[in-house]
Ligand binder design. Structure first.
Ligand code: ATP
Ligand code: MG
Length: 419
């Protein structure tokens, strides 16, 4: 019986896999330019890590985690986001003793039990980056610049950077009072979950997707109007750094982000090519998260970018690169001596760094060459009795049809492979 893959997941193969490799190579290249090293964390973590970090009243923790209990009764989740895991690894591996700031990036599968649709999957992949150890807005600016450099480096131009500040713990107290007053006077129009949120975490109401709640939150007081002078100075300085970097942005007071750990800076990169799932990258500052996980007070800022959504944008904007995965040469053969010589030759060519393919199914030469054509081999050659006797072979350029004669001896050293 055929069994399908789980709903909301994707298989990545063929040309599409080559495209993913290209994106991943661009990520690694850009991070290297910014002095950001890679961090790989497990695909599952203790459930408690995300409850404590992301917050019990968030959509991610309350509805979207893939949670399971193992044979020993331990509660795990498939990683629903990258930052909490990065913070755990930072502390557990004492990275705080390394020169500060510690800058790390990851490329990781992320799991969320959501209703699958375009740009929304149960397993997606994120490129994320985290800067640990600076409270200064220069860190926010550089981190945003990393995401921006990566996006523009892919040729994506049509996106909007939306920036906001939601203040810190002190600002939040004053803001929560104003927000609570407002929400209480509109309580009857809120969904059940939001009525619970009023008591536990009123700001979460602002990112509820329920239509009634959206209407009410449209006129709600907003965090940016209630932040302290210090937080405002931080925000203004960040804006002037971005201006100096030539990075366009708009201040969008409605951006609060769906995770509890954010403080001060929050931002999103949105695109018109994504339909209702319009955010390709989201991030912000999380100055209390390291302390909440048992570390010393440490300023930090990070982002997560959805790679599937990135590929949708590239596709819609006609910016998908031509990834060439085809082999350089197909080595065809006739007769059993020809077959033996062919496997010797492909071995030599591969050792010399030339991608070389031969027939493995004892097909006739016509079928072999059809196969070579289908897999897009750039050159082909055929080894039969004549070639074995003369030690020479015709190398055919599969596109132009032109042939040149080359020797079989030291074939791997021929300059033709360097073109
Ligand atoms: P959304 O509002 O679309 O649900 P989010 O706020 O939950 O996004 P984050 O937690 O900030 O998203 O994740 C960072 C990025 O990861 C998003 O901007 C998006 O590009 C991508 N992403 C998040 N959830 C999914 C998903 N279910 N499928 C595909 N990509 C996703
Ligand atoms: Mg979400």
């Amino acid at each position: 019986m055929a069994i399908s893959r789980p709903k909301g997941t994707n298989d990545i193969f063929g040309t599409n896999a080559a495209l993913w490799q290209y994106i991943e190579a661009r990520i690694r290249h850009t991070c290297k330019l910014f002095g950001v090293g890679e961090l790989r964390t497990p695909i599952f973590e203790y459930a408690e890590l995300f409850k404590q970090s992301v917050g019990e009243t968030t959509d991610i923790v309350s509805k979207e985690m893939y949670q399971f209990t193992d044979q020993g009764g331990r509660e795990y989740v498939l990683k629903p986001e990258g930052t909490a895991a990065a913070v755990r690894a930072y502390l557990e591996n004492k990275m705080n003793t390394q020169p500060s700031p510690v800058k790390a990036y990851y490329i990781s599968p992320i799991f969320r039990a959501e209703r699958p649709q375009k740009g929304r999957y149960r397993q997606h992949h994120q490129f994320g980056a985290e800067y640990f150890g600076s409270y200064h807005p220069a860190a926010d600016a550089e981190l945003i610049s990393l995401a921006h450099t990566f996006l523009t480096g892919l040729g994506i131009t049509d996106f909007t950077l939306r920036l906001n500040s939601i203040g810190d713990a002190d600002c939040r107290k004053a803001y929560n009072t104003a927000l609570l007053d407002y929400l209480r006077s509109h309580e009857s129009g809120l969904c059940e979950l939001c009525r619970e949120r009023i008591a536990k975490n009123p700001m979460r109401v602002l990112d509820c997707k329920n239509e009634g709640c959206k209407k009410i939150s449209a006129d709600a007081p907003l965090p940016l109007d209630h932040i302290s002078e210090e937080a405002m100075t931080h925000f203004t300085q960040l804006q002037s750094y971005l201006a100096a970097l030539g990075i366009d942005f708009i201040v969008d007071k409605r951006i609060v982000r769906g995770l509890d750990y954010y403080t001060r800076t929050v931002f999103e990169f949105t695109s018109n090519n994504l339909g209702s799932q319009d955010t390709v990258c989201g991030g912000g500052r999380y100055d209390y998260l390291i302390e909440r996980n048992g570390g010393q007070p440490t300023g930090a800022v990070g982002f997560g970018m959805g790679i599937e959504r990135l590929l949708i944008i590239l596709d819609e904007q006609g910016k998908l690169p031509n990834v060439d995965n085809s082999p350089q040469v197909f080595v065809g053969h006739m007769g059993s001596d020809g077959a033996t010589k062919a496997i010797e030759i492909v071995k030599k060519l591969r050792l010399a760094g030339v991608s070389a393919i031969t027939d493995l199914a004892d097909r006739n030469i016509k079928s072999q060459l059809k196969y070579a054509d289908k897999i897009g081999a750039k050159f082909s050659l055929v080894i039969g009795e004549t070639e074995l006797e003369s030690g020479k072979v015709n190398l055919k350029n599969m596109q132009s049809g032109e042939s040149i004669e080359i020797t079989l001896d030291k074939i791997e050293e021929n300059n033709i492979w360097k073109i």
